[in-house]
Design a binder for this molecule. Structure first.
Ligand code: G3P
Ligand code: MG
Length: 413
């Protein structure tokens, strides 16, 4: 926008832009639009102000229920965009590449979002360069969507349980009926399973659970085989298993692949009126089988794994970095000043509220948690983790937060 415009046209511009928000324009560089429009709006009163607070919105149970947008989600996000109040979406969901999911959500919510303001459960996996030249097993999601996400992240050799079943149906006989389902998106294995010649047998260097597994029986079996194997070589058994002289009774002590889960949610809010089991449900089911196979904690055996996602620190740190960069970008790279406060708005006390409450920001930013009643948590329940505020829905959350931050942004309704 070149040269200062007379106030009247700036006002028209600001109002015009606001109306435009319905027509899906990209998040504007707030440095140009907002300052001028707010200056236009505020010249009559005080000097313009860059918001020193921002939002992190959970998705399922806050903005959408499965594929349906929640009633006031659009109004909330477009209001924040009109006020140039930065926000990111921070979900334990996933299963598609960020660019695909952002496009889908933009259309559903009729607010244009972009990947700079978007963090899925597996987004931090994109930084795990140490495995990109290795052979990894990717679990979860529809068809082989998660394989394609991993490949977009730069992982060279990605195998799925469907590939293994298609090549070796005997590995889990109860899924052979699903072979026609797997066939369209299965790929030949980089190496077949060859128990007679382990050196020539398929070896997995790491396991990534990107999203909620669909075929628990197959995935649990494959994970069990890998963790009992020698060095991640399929078809082998580690001689160290069940050796009381060794740490963890010898389990996972023989170069077996590390296992990374992207989302701890036991339950989540989908279309059904009651919460549904999530990726955490799958992990708990596996832990039950593992304990039964190894003797479990009674025998001093644990299942060694890494779990990221909300409420864990690694994910909040990743999200905060993304929010700070997005905020700077929104204000045209200008110094937007310190980020004083972030409001984490979520429906799940175990992930959103616990995460927002316990995250200590290295930047000194204060993270506050707001619990909505449009998802997992419902009115009358006592949340396991006490939020700073409990409200009806996402619009109520933003209303409370902008008042809490004394932002005179002309909120109505
Ligand atoms: O699988 C997604 C679910 O666990 C929760 O997603 O957006 O509520 O963090 P979200
Ligand atoms: Mg949620």
């Amino acid at each position: 926008m070149s040269g200062p415009k007379p106030i009247a046209s700036l006002l028209r511009l600001a109002i015009g832009r606001k109306q435009l928000s319905l027509s899906l324009r990209p998040p504007q560089r707030c440095s140009s639009i907002c300052h001028s429009s707010r200056r236009a709006l505020q010249t009559l009163s005080t000097s313009p102000r860059v918001p020193d607070f921002a939002f992190a919105f959970d998705i399922d149970g806050v903005l959408v229920r499965s594929s349906d947008p929640l009633p006031r989600a659009h109004k909330t996000l477009s209001y924040l965009q009109s006020q140039c109040i930065p926000f990111i979406l921070l979900t334990n969901g996933g299963g598609k590449h960020e660019s695909e999911r952002v496009e889908e959500l933009s259309n559903k919510l009729e607010v244009l979002l972009d990947t700079t303001m978007f963090v899925q459960s597996h987004t931090p996996f994109a930084d795990m360069d140490e495995y990109k030249e290795k052979t990894v097993l990717v679990m979860g999601g529809d068809q082989d969507n998660c394989r394609r996400v991993a490949e977009k992240y730069g992982f060279q050799t990605v195998v799925t349980p469907g590939d293994i079943l298609t090549a070796h149906p005997e590995i889990w006989p109860f899924s052979s009926q699903f072979l026609p389902v797997y066939a369209p998106f299965s790929r030949p294995l980089p190496q077949s399973i060859n128990p007679t010649d382990p050196a020539q047998s398929l070896r997995i260097d790491a396991v990534f659970v990107y999203n909620d597994p669909r075929d628990w029986g197959l995935d649990i079996t494959i994970l069990k085989d890998l963790l009992l194997s020698r060095a991640g070589i399929f078809g082998t058994l580690s001689p160290k298993n069940n050796d009381p002289k060794l740490p963890n009774h010898g389990y996972q002590q023989d170069g077996q692949p590390p296992v990374f889960f992207s989302n701890p949610d036991l339950v989540w809010a989908a279309k059904y009126h009651l919460p549904r089991l999530g990726q955490g449900g799958f992990r708990e089911a596996f832990e039950g089988v593992w304990a039964a196979l190894t003797g479990g904690s009674r025998a001093g055996v644990e299942f060694q794994k890494t779990v990221i996602g909300k409420p864990f620190r690694q994910t909040y740190e990743f999200a905060e970095k993304r929010l700070v960069a997005h905020r700077k970008d929104l204000f045209g790279g200008q110094d937007a000043g310190a980020l004083r406060k972030v409001y984490m708005v979520g429906d799940n006390p175990e992930s959103d509220i616990r995460g927002g409450n316990s995250y200590e920001s290295p930047l000194g930013t204060d993270w506050a948690s707001i619990l909505v009643r449009t998802g997992v948590h419902v009115e009358g329940q006592t949340p396991a983790w006490k939020p700073n505020k409990e409200v009806g829905d996402v619009w109520d959350a933003v209303k409370w937060a902008v008042e809490d931050s004394k932002w005179d942004g002309g909120l109505k309704g």
